[in-house]
Design a protein around this ligand. Structure first.
Ligand SMILES: [Zn+2]
Length: 163
């Protein structure tokens, strides 16, 4: 996200980012469906409106775009340098809300999987991710998080230089 963008251009760019998120949600749904899983999508009466809910397995899957959900230590989670305060404020609210929703889901007895967008960046990572996800669905573990973020902590310097 560059500094020279007008607010209109920026908002257009952001809507395209959102469009990609919808696409990755659709992709995961269709791959799970092919594996024979049956589910409900965007369940409004559950905390955080999970993208995919498998009532049979008591599993809720949330697919998170790295930018909008503030994926820490992921290069797709870097915030724009322009209007930085605005973005930090906006994204940190989402991060807090996500945590609350996940806690609530788990309190209600749901098993929760977070799939970050960066775990779905090419055919190979998509295959790996779907494999991990389908094994998790049928197991008994309460929690799963799949991502491709490096383990090194991100710094302000690094996040400024990438933009
Ligand atoms: Zn990420």
């Amino acid at each position: 996200m560059a500094d020279f963008m007008t607010p209109q251009q920026r908002s257009h760019a952001m809507s395209r980012v959102r469009g990609r998120e919808t696409k990755i949600e659709r992709l995961v749904r269709s791959l799970l469906h092919k594996q024979g899983f049956r589910f409900r999508k965007n369940v409004f009466n559950l905390p955080g409106k999970p993208d995919i809910v498998l009532p049979k397995y008591h599993a809720a899957i949330l697919i998170h775009g790295c930018f909008w959900h503030g994926h820490a230590e992921c290069k797709r989670g870097y915030l724009p340098t322009s209007r930085r305060e605005f973005w930090v404020n906006k994204i940190s609210k989402t991060v807090i809300r996500d945590k609350e929703n996940i806690n609530e889901l788990m309190e209600k007895g749901w098993r929760v999987a977070i799939v970050w967008q960066c775990a779905l960046k090419n055919r190979q990572s998509i295959n790996n991710t779907i494999g991990i996800l389908t094994r998790w669905i049928v197991c008994n573990e309460d929690w799963l998080e799949i991502s491709d973020a490096p383990s090194t902590p991100r710094t302000n310097t690094a996040s400024s230089s990438i933009l």
